[in-house]
Design a protein around this ligand. Structure first.
Ligand code: SAM
Ligand code: 2KA
Ligand code: SF4
Ligand code: MG
Length: 216
């Protein structure tokens, strides 16, 4: 598996934000979002370590931390990802997958990790690649995250939340594209549309550390 970085930190996003977590970031992505904060991991010349699922499991177990987040790039494109998810779950770890909404999740539902799935909004430039059938596969422990960069994005997020009845299905987060929309604009939008059951989330690691710092 192509690993570009592994580190321990607090999870800055998702339902376990604020808890300790081990991160494994994989190389490569099938999308190219306008705002991507980890584009470096998607470049063909980005250095990586080739690691087996067993090696990654041993690293995770060695940290003594029970939450594992698999991210990237797009982690579900890695050839051995199913085996890794299986090994981590067998070891009793809490496994979260950050995924971009452009990979069919049906192939990964047997192992049942927790999915934090983006719905890419217009300003990402990648909305056309969303596999909306994934919505049906999500359950109460999963999350749909809308990373919003504009009012147009917020209106589209509202549409998608209503069409797929997301607040009754899973967790729903609105998160600002870091630095391009003020969080207060999202709060005002939530109030205006009475978005009950939806949460604002700000990437905590970018508040704690330099927003461009890697490995945190
Ligand atoms: C870097 S992606 C990796 C996982 C997967 N490719 C995806 O898009 O979900 C992890 C999360 O960071 C979010 N993200 C990337 N750049 C961001 C930015 N500039 N501001 C806020 N969130 C960002 C993505 O939308 C996604 O939810
Ligand atoms: N601390 C921290 N939390 C995170 N949660 C999701 C991340 C990601 O890049 O996918 C991330 C990250 O890069 N750092
Ligand atoms: S899908 Fe995720 S990793 Fe890929 S470009 Fe978009 S934000 Fe970056
Ligand atoms: Mg990140």
């Amino acid at each position: 598996m192509k690993v570009v970085e592994k580190f321990t930190s607090i999870n800055g996003e998702g339902t376990r934000a604020g808890e300790l977590a081990v991160f494994v970031r994989f190389k490569g992505c099938n999308l190219r979002c306008s705002y991507c904060d980890t584009m470096w991991a998607n470049e063909p010349d980005c250095p990586y370590e080739e690691e087996t699922p067993e090696e990654i499991l041993n690293y995770v177990l060695g940290t003594g931390i029970r939450n594992v987040t698999l991210t990237g790039g797009e982690p579900l494109l890695q050839k051995d990802i199913r085996e890794l998810i299986y090994l981590l779950l067998q070891a009793g770890l809490q496994v979260e997958i950050e995924t971009n909404g452009a990979v069919d999740l049906s192939a990964f539902c047997e192992e049942r990790p927790v999915f934090t799935m983006d719905y890419k909004l217009p300003s990402s430039g990648c909305e056309e690649y969303m596999i909306v059938e994934n919505m049906e596969l999500l359950g109460k422990d999963d999350t749909v995250k809308f990373v919003c960069g504009s009012q147009k994005d917020l209106l589209k997020a509202l549409d998608v939340i209503q069409i797929y009845n997301l607040t009754n299905r899973c967790h729903v987060y609105l998160s600002p594209v870091f630095g391009s929309i003020e969080p207060v604009q999202i709060v005002e939008f939530m109030l205006k549309h009475r978005l009950n059951g939806v949460r604002l989330q700000i990437q905590m690691h970018k508040v704690i550390w330099d927003p461009n710092e890697r490995g945190v």
